[in-house]
Every structure is written in structure tokens, then in C-alpha cells.
Write a protein that binds this ligand. Structure first.
Ligand SMILES: [Zn+2]
Length: 247
């Protein structure tokens, strides 16, 4: 389906939800003098991810990220300025960015207990034992094996990694980034939600294109799960049809 035709099939509210992820005048930006610190942190986090592997990185704790950086000279210890910057990002109230979601992770050092999670085969991602994992199994059996887990449990470094990369892609606009990805202390991935996608669709699974798949339409009909970020959600986050609300 071409893009114009596809947009024609969308509701006007879905289109305005997409438009709301455009920069507005009251956006907060990374200041010029913070840019080197920001980029240095983003790079170190990326290097830690490479060092521990993306599967392990999903549930790595903040303290273990710092240790990994410190013990590998190719990465290098986080400096006091970098630590302060990360803490500031973690503990600041994201209201100022137009993000109104609930805080899900109390402390930057909050750990994910390995006993509480299970790795889902062939995905590199984890789910919490119990309700999340059982719901996922049920979803796959109802929708089919063409659906799979694209993102599960995320620890603080993982959410920080996604958030910093998103800020980079917006050219340093923290507010804009916060409306398309939850800030590090506010992700429901840290407490049970997960993302699903269609096999073979890669990055398109995290775009509005996902609603054109038959997998999405089957998913919509399931009564035991729902969508976390619907069109015009009160949290201020873009429409995310791939994100399954669990808790
Ligand atoms: Zn998600």
C-alpha cells in the first residue's frame, strides 16, 4: 500500500497524534555546553551494550553499567559530570516535556532480579515470570507465530540508551524525544509491558505501519490485553499500536 493511500485510511485523530510529535516552541533542548557530556555518555552506554551483549544489556543495572565502563579501558569510567547529568535526567519531572506518565522505577540504581525474569527464546528479550509471560504466550497462540516479542523487560541503562538515542535523533530536543519514548524512570517496560511485532518487519514494527498488518488486527480483538498508548493518550506519548499494556 502506498503511503498516501495508507494515510487516507487513517482517522484524523491518528494523524493529529502523529503531528503532535513535532517540535513545539516551549521544547527543552540539550544546551550547547551540555552537548559534549551528553554525547560522551551516549557513546559509553553504547559501548557497555556492545561489551555485555544486547540480551544481557536489556536487564543490566545502573551500577553494573558503571562497573563495566570502569573495568574496561576501551570504555572508560563515567566522570562525576556525566553521573550528575544521568541522575538529573533520571530524577527530573518530565511534566516540563509534556510527558505525564506514571513513575515506574523509584531509583536510578533499582535492579531487575534475574529470578523474576525469563529469556524468551530467539528474541534476545526478557519477560517477567507470571502475568507478563503468560499473557505473551496466550497472545502468540491466539495471533500466531508470525508475531514475536520485539522488546520486553528494560532496566534503567536500556531505557536510558533508547532515550539518549532518541534525543540524538531529534537533534537534542528532550521534549520531543519524551513524547515518543518514556524517560528512563517512566517506562512500563520496567514493570511488565512489552512490545510485539510482525516477523521480518524490522524497524517498521515501531512505526504507524504496524496497524496495517493482519497481526495488529488480530491483536486488537484480544480482550485480556490492551494498548498502552492509544491515540491522544493522557500520558502525552505518541500512538504506539505495538505496545501491549499488561499491568
Ligand atoms: Zn513499548
Amino acid at each position: 500500500m502506498n503511503r498516501r493511500l495508507f494515510l487516507g485510511l487513517m482517522t484524523s485523530s491518528a494523524i493529529s497524534a502523529m503531528a503532535s510529535t513535532k517540535a513545539s516552541d516551549d521544547s527543552v533542548w540539550i544546551s550547547d555546553d551540555e552537548v559534549p557530556v551528553f554525547l560522551s555518555i551516549a557513546k559509553k552506554i553504547e559501548l557497555v551494550k556492545r561489551r555485555v551483549g544486547s540480551g544481557n544489556f536489556n536487564i543490566l543495572s545502573y551500577d553494573d553499567m558503571l562497573k563495566t565502563a570502569k573495568y574496561h579501558s576501551s570504555i572508560g569510567k563515567f566522570t562525576p559530570v556525566e553521573l550528575a547529568f544521568m541522575e538529573n535526567i533520571f530524577y527530573q519531572n518530565p511534566d516540563i516535556h509534556g510527558f505525564y506518565g506514571k513513575k515506574t522505577v523509584p531509583q536510578i540504581t533499582t535492579k531487575i532480579n534475574k529470578k523474576d525474569v525469563v529469556k524468551i527464546r530467539h528474541t534476545g528479550h526478557y519477560l517477567f515470570r507470571g502475568h507478563s509471560k503468560e499473557s505473551y504466550k496466550r497472545v502468540i497462540s491466539d495471533v500466531g507465530r508470525s508475531l514475536y516479542l520485539t522488546s520486553g523487560v528494560r532496566g534503567v541503562p536500556k531505557q536510558m540508551n533508547l532515550y539518549f538515542n532518541k534525543i540524538k535523533r531529534t537533534g537534542g530536543n528532550i521534549s520531543l524525544a519524551s513524547r515518543s519514548l518514556a524517560p528512563p524512570a517512566y517506562s512500563y517496560h520496567s514493570i511488565g509491558d512489552f512490545d510485539v511485532g510482525k516477523k521480518g518487519w524490522g524497524y517498521k514494527n515501531f512505526t504507524i505501519s504496524f496497524i496495517a498488518t493482519k497481526e495488529f488486527w488480530k491483536l486488537r480483538r484480544l480482550t485480556y490485553i490492551s494498548m498502552r498508548y492509544t491515540v491522544n493518550n493522557k500520558e502525552g506519548v505518541r500512538f504506539e499500536p505495538w505496545h501491549v499494556k499488561i499491568i
